[in-house]
Design a binder for this molecule. Structure first.
Ligand code: ADP
Ligand code: 5GP
Length: 211
C-alpha cells in the first residue's frame, strides 16, 4: 500500500486556499481533510467539527500539553493547531491528507518525522488589490479583521520560497487544474509506487521466458 501524502496548502488569507481545498476534495473524495482546532470564533455557516474544532484557549492548551498536536501556532491573535491522531490514522490507511495551515504549521510538519511525505503548495493572489477584494467579497470578517489580515499578508507571502510548488490563483478553475496536476505527478513518483519493483520483476521474467 502507498503511504499517504501530506498536502500542505498555505497562502495569505483570502487568496483562495479553502476554495481550492474544497474543489480538490470534490474531485477526489478519498483525500481526507485535516480539521484543525482553533480558538477563533466560528464564522457564519461554519460548523464545529467540519471546518474547525472550535475550542477555548484552556481546551486548546490542554491538547498541546497532552502532545496531541502535530503542530500549532498563533495566527492573527488566535491559536490554530492540527490534531495528531486523525492525521496518523488517515496516513496509515493510505489516504492523502490535505492541510490548510499557515507557514508556521508548514515548517513544523516539514521538519517532523512525516517530512518525506509532504507536498507543499503556496497559493498567491494575482494582486494585493484582488486579495482585498476577495476578503471583502467573502463578507465574513469585520473591517478590522480584514485590515489585520491585509497587514499580515506580506509576512505570509514572504515564505513562498519554502514551498515545493507555487501557484497564482487568477482563475479558480485553472488553479484547481494546476493543483490536480501537482497531486497526480506526486502520486506517480517512483518511490510512491510500492508495487513497481514486483511489476518490473514480472516484466523481466516474462522477457526471460521469451528468449
Ligand atoms: P482563503 O481560504 O485563502 O482565506 P477563500 O478560499 O475563503 O480564501 O477565498 C476568499 C474569497 O475569494 C472567497 O469568497 C472565494 O470565493 C473567492 N475566490 C477564491 N478564488 C478566487 C478566484 N480565482 N477568483 C475570484 N474569487 C476567488
Ligand atoms: P482562518 O481564520 O481564515 O480560517 O485561518 C487563518 C489562518 O490560519 C490561515 O492562514 C490558515 O491556513 C491558518 N490555519 C488554519 N488551521 C491551522 C492550523 O491547524 N495550524 C496552523 N499553523 N495554521 C492554521
Amino acid at each position: 500500500m502507498r503511504r499517504g501524502l501530506l498536502i500542505i496548502l498555505s497562502s495569505p488569507s483570502g487568496a483562495g486556499k479553502s476554495t481550492l481545498a474544497r474543489r480538490l476534495m470534490a474531485w477526489d473524495p478519498n483525500i481526507s481533510f485535516s480539521v484543525s482546532a482553533t480558538t477563533r470564533a466560528p464564522r457564519p455557516g461554519e460548523t464545529d467539527g467540519r471546518e474547525y474544532h472550535f475550542r477555548t484557549r484552556a481546551e486548546f492548551q490542554k491538547m498541546v500539553d497532552a502532545q496531541q498536536m502535530l503542530e500549532h501556532a498563533e495566527v492573527f491573535g488566535n491559536l490554530y493547531g492540527t490534531p495528531k491522531a486523525p492525521v496518523e490514522s488517515a496516513l496509515m490507511a493510505g489516504y492523502d491528507t490535505l492541510f490548510d495551515i499557515d507557514w508556521q504549521g508548514g515548517q513544523q510538519i516539514r521538519n517532523s518525522g512525516l517530512g518525506r511525505d509532504v507536498v507543499s503548495i503556496f497559493v498567491l493572489p494575482p494582486s494585493i488589490a484582488a486579495l482585498e477584494e476577495r476578503l471583502r467579497g467573502r463578507a465574513q470578517d469585520s473591517d478590522d479583521t480584514i485590515a489585520e489580515r491585509m497587514a499580515k499578508s506580506r509576512d505570509e507571502i514572504s515564505h513562498w520560497a519554502e514551498y515545493d510548488y507555487v501557484l497564482v490563483n487568477h482563475d479558480v478553475t485553472q488553479a484547481e487544474n494546476e493543483l490536480r496536476t501537482i497531486l497526480m505527478a506526486e502520486r506517480m513518483r517512483r518511490e510512491r509506487q510500492p508495487g513497481l519493483a514486483d511489476f518490473v520483476r514480472g516484466l523481466n521474467s516474462e522477457a526471460g521466458g521469451r528468449q
